[in-house]
Design a protein around this ligand. Structure first.
Ligand code: NAD
Ligand code: DAU
Length: 374
């Protein structure tokens, strides 16, 4: 029966991967999913709580760089579809420690592509309609000025070790299509937000600090722009590319929703004030906003032109930012323990090292408040 797939989801215990597995579990009952995840600091089995192992789901803990493991999964599980999320994904960590990004994002993608090639093109038993969907980012296109948007033909110009490693992996995926005829599709998506995002990223980090009346670190002047997309819309776009996309094609995915960082941070403050009140200080949470030294090489603006996926595959984002951010904040409020478990673990050291300037006097930041800058 068409519609059945055996999908290897790499990085299924991370933010987007877990949302994708949940979507498929709910809406694609004919699909069997095998999650392969190393469970790095960013991977969390709790993200998939409630999805039981059985006929249609299996979890394998392992490294995408482990060629033997990956090849054996192709051999034994009859995988016909790969949705490749696994990556080191945080730009700041790529600046302080790029090695892991080169290994996972480049070597790991190469290992998966090679296993798919051997299995789908090299073996005697042919797989019907295989598909390797490589999940990538808009950051490969570099940084925009005040106008313009990234299209699928925008030249690559990555500027951080993270985006350079993702660009390399995109080029490898594309080379496997052109050279070997491996059925590869690539998606380049803008910034996601929603449930299960690790609190090193802007939105959950600001949520957690604002909830606890701690300083809210905003890099540089706070005017960098990201094009925010609710994670469920991204996952639906990926399903659409699997169902209707064409091999050898790249699809840009975006929310058509550009916001300056300072707007996003202020909105989270206002939402929390409205839902919980201002707390014992009586001060609105916006007063916690603290401008801190900028990220090295900080890309100024990203914006996706998603015309191709809209016109060719009929995909459009459904969530407005206002609705998506409210749903997100409500999810984090209802799942405070999920956040607590993370921020009370090794995250503490990460936060202390990354946000040294806030380490002392956290609740009363001394420097760089916007009003002090003006
Ligand atoms: P994440 O950091 O939340 O999750 C990454 C997952 O990959 C984790 O579960 C981790 O344990 C796993 N992993 C890491 N290294 C591994 C390895 N060597 N072997 C097996 N598993 C490994 O990332 P995310 O935000 O969910 O991003 C998923 C993918 O989407 C990435 O490829 C990222 O580049 C891309 N992307 C993310 C965004 C975004 O806004 N978050 C936007 C566009 C594209
Ligand atoms: O554009 C897609 C990319 O979006 C993905 O490929 C990445 O995996 C994902 O991490 C994300 O990258 P960004 O660097 O844009 O996301 P981040 O949440 O780290 O930062 C968003 C913006 O907020 C960025 O301009 C930096 C700023 N920022 C971030 C943090 C963590 C702050 O001002 N303060 C902070 O503390």
């Amino acid at each position: 029966m068409k519609n059945k797939r055996t999908v290897l989801v790499t990085g299924g215990c991370g933010f987007i991967g877990a949302n994708f597995v949940r979507l498929v579990h709910a809406e694609k009952p004919g699909w069997r999913v095998i999650t392969l995840d190393k469970l790095t600091y960013a991977g969390n089995l709790k993200n998939l709580e409630g999805i039981a192992e059985g006929e249609s789901y299996r979890f394998v803990r392992g490294d995408i760089c482990d060629g033997e493991l990956v090849a054996s999964l192709f051999r034994t599980e009859g995988i016909d579809t790969v949705v490749h999320f696994a990556a080191e994904s945080h730009v700041d960590r790529s600046i302080t420690g790029p090695g892991a990004f080169i290994r996972t994002n480049i070597d790991g993608t190469f290992t998966l592509l090679e296993a798919a090639r051997q299995s789908w093109l090299g073996g005697k038993k042919k797989v019907a309609e295989p598909c390797f969907l490589h999940v990538s980012t808009d950051e490969v296109y570099g940084s925009l000025g005040a106008t313009g948007k990234f299209t699928e033909t925008t030249a690559y110009d990555p500027r951080s070790p993270y985006s350079a490693s993702k660009a390399s992996s995109d080029h490898l995926a594309s080379a496997y299509f052109h050279t070997y005829g491996l059925p590869v599709r690539i998606t380049n998506c803008s910034n996601n937000y929603g449930p299960y995002q690790f609190p090193e990223k802007l939105i959950p980090l600001i949520f957690n600090n604002a909830l606890n009346h701690r300083a809210l670190p905003v890099y540089g002047d706070g005017r960098n722009i990201r094009d925010w997309l609710f994670v469920r819309d991204h996952c639906e776009a990926i399903v659409r590319v699997l169902d209707k996309g064409k091999d050898g094609q790249c699809y840009n995915i975006g929310g058509n929703n550009e916001k300056e960082n300072i707007e996003v941070v202020s909105l989270i403050c206002d939402l929390l004030d409205a839902k919980l009140g201002c707390g014992t200080s009586g001060q609105p949470r916006r007063s916690l906003i603290t401008f801190v030294p900028d990220r090295l090489g900080h890309d100024r603006r990203y914006a996706i032109d998603a015309t191709k996926i809209s016109e060719q595959l009929g995909w459009q984002p459904k969530a407005t930012f206002e609705r998506g951010i409210e749903e997100t904040i409500d999810w984090y409020l209802a799942n405070r323990q999920w956040v607590e478990d993370i921020v009370n673990g090794s995250y503490r050291e990460y936060y202390a090292a990354m946000y040294k300037q806030l380490a002392s006097g956290e609740s009363r930041p001394k420097i760089n408040r916007r009003e002090e800058q003006q």
